[in-house]
Design a binder for this molecule. Structure first.
Ligand SMILES: [Zn+2]
Length: 78
């Protein structure tokens, strides 16, 4: 299992170590969301093993990223 950057996760190339499925972050299924740490778990859409963790950013981090990457899509907009 790996930690992914929230802003690039949706378009990151990800593969499942268990069943060898491969795709992008946006193809993964949602797992648990840990409210105390703002970490979401993502599951392989094929075998439903947990294969990724994503730490959700604070408002300031989102603002900073938008300023540094004007107009860049993160995939979370949809
Ligand atoms: Zn899998």
């Amino acid at each position: 299992m790996k930690n992914y950057n929230y802003f690039t996760f949706k378009f990151d190339a990800i593969s499942c170590p268990k069943c060898y499925w491969s795709g992008q972050g946006k193809d993964l299924a949602y797992g648990e969301f840990f409210e105390d740490s703002f970490i979401a778990e993502f599951l392989c859409p094929n075998c439903f093993d947990t294969i990724a963790f994503v730490q959700f950013p604070m408002t300031e981090e989102v603002k900073k990223w938008e300023e540094e990457n004007p107009g860049k899509k993160t995939g979370w907009e949809e």
